[in-house]
Design a protein around this ligand. Structure first.
Ligand code: SF4
Length: 380
């Protein structure tokens, strides 16, 4: 895990994080009472030249300016569907802006309002580490049997690695289909970078056992696994996780059931295996939103996902009891780095003719990453 979460919002830098660098230029102070009006004016001045994407985990102060909201994949698709907008402002985290850049035309500029908005999960798998892992698989004599699958929440480098090795990207909505496809191509899968999504999908949806899964630790020699363990495994999980969803524990589930009688526990598949097993329902961010929308009035829900979204769902559905699964309040600190001052700064810069914080993926990386993304789109 990187230390970016410890930086004061919008200031400073974390060179070890995924592209974490300090924010250039003068940010308006957060206390400026005209920020909302300034954002409105800059957005209006840019008109159809601007398309603002807002991830579900963004703050309300930012999401109010989004032209469309969604999960990471939906937003990348939305960006690709708007080739007439020269400026795409991505209110989300770095890997999402990269995917948008890969899927949009070369003339379009993708802007991330704060370059330090990385993702601790994506940071847990670097290109060099994954290359080294592949060498370990080659030395074990199994690389030819392995199909790599990476979660959307990974850097463009990792998506390109997967594309180069004939694998696919997946999201939390299509992970099962991606794994079924991968097992039709090879007898083993290397799943990057979220061990929990990989394990939950393999064991709970595809009938693999926990013994079929091993965890490759990138900071240990040989991943911490013996050749025999690698040869016996069907699922090689990367030791990565989401620092937000990984916080929920079995205790959180038991505690909320005691506090709210009759509560339905609804969690994201990035949660730990025992949490997902103990929950009533599991599903992607879009699934969670739909489930709450369709739930009967008066029902009670404890939701295990990012807090900005849970709070928004609670505000949107006052006829239902909607609680955060954990007693401890925990936002995604990197998602939260995109705040109103950064949005105003990027919009006003664009309106003034200056493109700031542009995210670009080099051509070769983009080509292979697109191959992995296209493979996902072609999943049966
Ligand atoms: S919620 Fe988790 S996976 Fe999503 S951006 Fe934050 S750290 Fe990354």
């Amino acid at each position: 895990m990187t230390t970016s979460s410890l930086l004061i919002l919008g200031r400073g830098s974390d060179p070890a994080s995924e592209r974490g660098v300090s924010c250039p230029g003068e940010l308006p102070p957060a206390s400026d009472p005209t920020l909302v009006e300034r954002a409105r004016v800059a957005k209006a001045a840019l008109g159809d030249r601007l398309f603002v994407l807002g991830h579900h985990y963004q703050r309300d102060e930012v999401i109010q300016f989004a032209d469309v909201t969604g999960d990471s994949f939906k937003l990348a698709q939305e960006a690709a569907a708007r080739p007439d907008a020269p400026y795409i402002v991505f209110c989300g985290v770095h890997f999402m802006a990269e995917s948008a850049d890969i899927l949009t035309t070369p003339d379009q500029r993708v802007v991330l309002p704060d370059l330090a908005a990385g993702c601790s999960m994506a940071d847990m798998a670097t290109y060099d580490q994954v290359e080294e892992c592949w060498e370990v698989l080659e030395d074990a004599g199994i690389a030819d049997d392995v199909v790599p699958v990476t979660y959307m929440n990974s850097s463009a480098d990792i998506k390109a690695f997967v594309g180069r090795h004939g694998g696919t990207v997946c999201t939390s909505s299509n992970a099962r289909r991606a794994l079924e496809w991968a097992y039709s191509k090879g007898s083993k899968v290397l799943f990057l970078p979220d061990q929990h999504l990989g394990r939950n999908t393999a064991v709970l949806e595809m009938g693999l056992s926990l013994d079929d899964c091993v965890v490759y630790g990138p900071n240990r020699p040989g991943g911490g696994l013996s050749t025999a363990e690698l040869r016996d495994a069907s699922m090689i999980l990367w030791r990565g996780h989401c620092s937000v969803h990984g916080r929920f524990s079995l205790d959180s589930v038991e505690d909320v059931r005691a506090r709210i009688p009759g509560v339905n526990v609804l969690v994201h598949p990035e949660c730990r295996h025992e949490v997902v097993r103990a929950a009533d329902e599991v599903g992607s961010t879009e699934y969670i939103i739909r489930a709450i929308e369709q739930a009967p009035s008066g029902s009670a829900w404890a939701v295990g996902t990012e807090l900005n979204l849970v709070k928004r769902l609670a505000a949107r559905h006052p006829d239902k009891t909607i609680a955060f699964l954990d007693k401890t309040v925990c936002f995604c600190s990197t998602m939260n780095r995109i705040d109103l001052p950064h949005l105003v700064w990027s919009l006003e810069s664009l309106a003034g003719g200056e493109v700031v914080n542009q995210i670009t993926v080099d051509e070769e990386t983009a080509r292979y990453a697109r191959a992995a993304l296209d493979q996902m789109l072609a999943l049966p």
